[in-house]
Ligand binder design. Structure first.
Ligand SMILES: [Zn+2]
Ligand SMILES: [Zn+2]
Length: 391
C-alpha cells in the first residue's frame, strides 16, 4: 500500500468512531475553559491508540497534548491544533467540534501512514478559542517551542485557503458612581450607567476617523439593579479589532479616551482591564497553504462556496508568529449561513459537515506527509517564516 492508501484506510477504519466523537461533542456543548467532556473524550480516544497524553497545561485544566513519535533520528515536529469550545447559549455555532476531530483524524492517520522518516505529531488541545485565547497561554507555557509546523482547519460557508485575520483585544470598562434614589435624591447620585452609555456614544462619534478594517463592538455586561436606584456600578465589555497589530494599539488608546471622557462627563470613575489575551493577526505560511490546497484536491474536497466570507479573529494568529502555520477555512454549505448563529450550529451536526471534517483531516495528514518526506519543502517553509517574521 502507498502512504496515501494507508492514510485512506486508517481514516476508513476510524470513520464511525471519529464521527461519533464529533457528534457527541456537538451534543454536549461546553463553553471555553469548561470543555471537560470534549477534552476527556479526545484524550481517552488518542491514548487508547498509542498517543502519549498530558493533560492540564499552561494553567488550563482542559488543555492537553497527545504525542506520537516515530523513528530514532531528530524528528520533524508537526502540530495539529484541536479546538472544542462552544458559545454561550448557541452551542457549537463555530463548528469547533469539527475542528477538534479533524485534527484527531489527521494525527491518527499520519501516525498510521507508514512514513519512513522520523517525525513527531502532536494534537494540541487548545481550550477557549472564543474567549480568552487558550493557544496564547499555551505559547507562553512553551508548548509550541521546537515545533516545525502547525495547522488546523475551520468550517465556514466560504472556502478560504489563505487566511487573514484581525488582531483583537477585549476590555472591561467598569464605571463606579454613587447610589441614590432616582426620584427623591438624584442630585446625590453619580450614574455609572451614564458612563457606559456615553462611552458607546463617544465610540460611535469616533468611528468616522477609524480605518475601514477596524471593528469596535460590545455589550453592557452590567447596567444596574433597579430602575429607581441610580447605579453605582456599570460594566461595558468592548472588543476592538484591526488587520494591523500596531494600528489596533492606537485605536485602543482612542477607545479608552472615549471611556475616560464619559467618566468625566458623568462624574464617575472608570477602571479599564483587558479580558483574555491579545489575539494577533494571522501570518499564514504560503508554501504550506499551497501544499494544503494540493492535498485538499487529492482528498476529493468538493467546494460549495458561493459567498465571500468576512474577517474574524483567531488565536491561531499568535501561533502563526512562533511556528509556520496555516488556518484554512472550508465550506460546509452553498448557502449564506454566518457563523455564531443557531443555523450554523445545526449545520455543524450534519452528515455533510462530518464529511468535510474527515476530508479536512485527510488533507492535513497528506500535507504533513509531503512536508515530512521532503527536506527541501521543510527548508522552504522555514525560510518563508523567518523572512516574514523579520519584516
Ligand atoms: Zn467563533
Ligand atoms: Zn471558531
Amino acid at each position: 500500500m502507498t502512504i496515501k492508501e494507508k492514510i485512506v484506510s486508517s481514516l476508513e477504519k476510524y470513520r464511525n468512531e471519529l464521527v461519533a466523537l464529533g457528534r457527541s461533542i456537538h451534543r454536549n456543548p461546553e463553553i471555553g475553559g469548561e470543555e471537560v467532556f470534549a477534552a476527556d473524550s479526545i484524550c481517552d480516544f488518542l491514548s487508547a491508540r498509542g498517543f502519549r497524553v498530558t493533560r492540564g497545561l499552561g494553567g488550563l485544566p482542559t488543555a492537553f497534548t497527545a504525542v506520537f513519535r516515530q523513528g530514532s533520528g531528530k524528528p520533524y515536529r508537526i502540530g495539529f491544533c484541536a479546538e472544542y469550545d462552544a458559545l454561550p447559549g448557541i452551542g457549537h455555532a463555530c463548528g469547533h467540534n469539527l475542528i477538534g476531530i479533524a485534527s484527531v483524524a489527521a494525527a491518527l492517520s499520519l501516525a498510521e501512514s507508514g512514513l519512513k522518516e522520523s517525525f513527531e505529531v502532536t494534537v494540541i488541545g487548545t481550550p477557549d478559542e472564543e474567549g480568552t485565547g487558550g493557544k496564547i497561554d499555551l505559547i507562553k507555557a512553551g508548548i509550541f517551542e521546537g515545533m516545525d509546523a502547525a495547522m488546523m482547519f475551520h468550517p465556514g460557508y466560504e472556502t478560504q485557503i489563505h487566511m487573514t485575520s484581525l488582531a483583537c483585544r477585549t476590555y472591561y470598562f467598569t464605571f463606579h458612581g454613587r447610589n441614590a434614589h432616582a426620584a427623591s435624591d438624584p442630585t446625590e447620585g453619580r450614574n455609572a450607567l451614564d458612563g457606559v452609555m456615553l462611552t458607546f456614544t463617544n465610540i460611535n462619534f469616533l468611528r468616522q476617523y477609524l480605518r475601514d478594517d477596524v471593528r469596535v463592538h460590545g455589550i453592557i455586561k452590567d447596567g444596574g439593579r433597579a430602575g429607581n436606584v441610580i447605579p453605582d456600578l456599570a460594566v461595558a465589555e468592548i472588543t476592538i479589532r484591526s488587520v494591523d497589530n500596531n494600528y489596533l494599539i492606537e485605536v485602543e488608546q482612542r477607545v479608552m479616551d472615549c471611556a475616560r471622557g464619559a467618566a468625566l462627563a458623568s462624574g464617575t470613575e472608570v477602571n479599564i482591564t483587558p479580558f483574555g489575551n491579545f489575539y494577533e493577526a494571522m501570518v499564514s505560511n504560503k508554501l504550506m497553504e499551497e501544499i494544503f490546497r494540493e492535498s485538499l484536491d487529492e482528498a476529493g474536497f468538493i467546494d460549495l462556496s458561493r459567498h465571500e466570507e468576512g474577517l474574524g479573529s483567531i488565536d491561531m494568529g499568535n501561533v502563526s508568529r512562533v511556528v509556520p502555520a496555516i488556518h484554512p477555512s472550508l465550506s460546509l454549505t452553498p448557502l449564506m449561513v454566518p457563523g455564531h448563529t443557531a443555523e450554523f450550529s445545526a449545520l455543524c451536526d450534519t452528515p455533510e459537515a462530518y464529511e468535510v471534517m474527515m476530508t479536512a483531516g485527510m488533507a492535513m495528514a497528506l500535507t504533513a506527509v509531503k512536508i515530512i518526506s521532503d527536506p527541501a519543502v521543510q527548508e522552504g517553509i522555514r525560510l518563508e517564516f523567518s523572512k516574514t517574521m523579520s519584516r
